[in-house]
Design a protein around this ligand. Sequence first.
Ligand code: PEP
Ligand code: MG
Length: 326
Amino acid sequence: QTKRLEAYLHRPTVTADGRKPELAANIGTVEEAVQARAAGAEGIGLFRTEFLFMNRDTLPSEDEQTEAYRAVMAAFPSGTSVIIRTLDIGGDKELLLLELPKEENPFLGVRAIRLCLQFPELFKTQLRAMLRASADGRLKIMFPMIATVQELRAAKALLEEAKNELRARGIPFRDPVEIGIMIEVPSAALMADRLAMEVDFLSIGTNDLVQYVMAADRMNPGVSELNQPLQPAVLRLIRHVIRSGREAGIHVGMCGEMAGNRYAVPILLGLGLQEFSMNAPGIVRVREQMSRLHAERLEAAANAVLELDSPDEIREYVEREILAAA
Ligand code: PEP
Ligand code: MG
């Protein structure tokens, strides 16, 4: 089995009918970028930058961050798409450096982009570092936890300020740099058509999207029945997001755990998802699975699945109608 999968390590990803979805990796450190390449990743779909900020008593400088982002890009051939996410602190990830008020519901509080908009200097330092690293290749900037169009515009305005600050210092960067947002808040999923008009890509973050859509904590085993990516409500929302992005002519990916789920992969292919980003060890398995799937035929199957009422029925349908035949 392992031997058979190894054959898919460094092959291009192609479905049985010739479609070429992109298989990228989620990483949290520079070392993981190297491991992701070795595991067959075609790029980075999510670099969680939190590690640069955690377990230390000073903030990382612009130079230090620039080096880290360059190092991640250097793990791949030049021109490879590398999506770097701005700081996603709050919720489950605490930052001891900032003295923040205790919150009763941190997952519904000042986290991620909300925090960055409250600390514009911290945010712009990171943006300048990303911009500087972007001079070397295809770095894309991604904002987490966007809930409204206004937040996106505020983040973009700070990005423009960061660019002007670099221009004033005579430092080169890629302009325009591609920017995108995570769709992980239900309001953003519902507004995906509007948000899509103002960015270059969308990336669906199902780890958070599922918990917010289902009102079921992603870390609480007591509600794991509800916290499932194959809940029909989740799938319907995802269909809307993918459609919205495709209609706006932009790239749509996914960087939550769901992107590597064997039941979800055929559904997402059928819905037209273009990029699947996951923990690196899952990549070969998904590449092998995709080689047996007909993306075009899956379109009808995906829509049929969305008429079912429960994760169990959906799994059973996928098993019987898709996996058994592939
Ligand atoms: C997500 O929410 O799906 C995601 C990829 O981000 P994180 O797991 O870092 O919250
Ligand atoms: Mg998230």
